[in-house]
Ligand binder design. Structure first.
Ligand code: 0O2
Length: 228
């Protein structure tokens, strides 16, 4: 199978399963399985870098800027669905060129200033390339969504040599994550009456949560200043 073969050619799975061609089926799926494995490896590289920084902060300053790191590889159905949504045939080559978020990392920080500190330190590392940066904290989405999104390039080292991978790294505070998780769940509730009123309430909550983040940051800065 070449890089440019559609990952699931129409009807091929059914034909192969029905005719008992398991080996052929596996061969067809292999490039996609490899792509997913490469993305898993990229996730491990990013996660290790973030854990190293958190450990270093803990040792030097007795403080952990990162509360939690969550990683996920986008599931195959979401990959195919996103490619169809973009109107692009889901070949391995097209998927690699088009999607930046097959490898996704979510970094939950204690305070807003930690987000920028960790993001800057990470992207300054000489094996990392910053491909794009969307600051939805400085410029929240109209619905109130806040996070810092980076697309980074990161190498993985295979038996065949170095391969550059992409990963989406989303940075949020605990409060922003709380809001985004609930808002994401609520989005899936359809047939909601008064959806405009609900959106307005969610936006109000996002703004209130942002105020609390800012106040908590100010309290921390005050404590640090007072204990010098
Ligand atoms: P999932 O399941 O979380 O992966 P692009 O990916 O660049 O083609 P876009 O919309 O420009 O599309 O990307 P953007 O704005 O950087 O946002 C991508 C991801 O951010 C989403 O991934 C969500 O995880 C998160 N996100 C963005 N906006 C919102 C929002 O309003 N609410 C919540 N809860 N999350 C948001 P996916 O692919 O949608 O899903």
């Amino acid at each position: 199978m070449s890089e440019n073969t559609e990952i699931i050619p129409a009807g091929s799975f059914e034909n192969m399963l029905n005719s008992g061609h398991t080996a052929e089926l596996l061969e067809t799926a292999r490039p996609f399985i490899e792509l997913m494995m490469h993305n898993e490896c990229a996730l491990r590289e990013v996660e290790t870098k973030l854990n190293v920084l958190n450990d270093e902060f803990s040792t030097l300053y007795n403080y952990n800027p990162i509360e939690t790191i969550k990683t996920r590889v986008k599931d195959p159905l979401s990959i195919v669905e996103k490619m169809h949504r973009k109107g692009i045939t889901p070949t391995i080559e097209n998927i690699e060129n088009t999607l930046n978020d097959i490898a996704g990392v979510r970094v939950i920080c204690s305070f807003p200033e930690d987000i920028y500190a960790i993001a800057d330190i990470l992207t300054a590392q000489d094996d990392i390339t910053l491909i794009s940066r969307k600051d939805y904290i400085a410029n929240p989405k109209p619905n109130g969504y806040r996070s810092l999104h980076l697309i980074i390039g990161i190498p993985i080292f295979l038996s065949t040599g170095k391969k550059m991978m992409k990963a989406e790294v989303q940075f949020r505070t605990i409060a922003m994550d709380f809001w985004a998780s609930l808002e994401h769940k609520l989005k899936y509730k359809h047939n909601v009456k008064n959806s405009a009123a609900i959106s307005a309430q969610l936006k109000e909550c996002a703004d209130a949560i942002s105020d609390i983040d800012i106040r908590m940051q100010e309290i921390r800065n005050q404590i640090e200043k007072d204990s010098e």
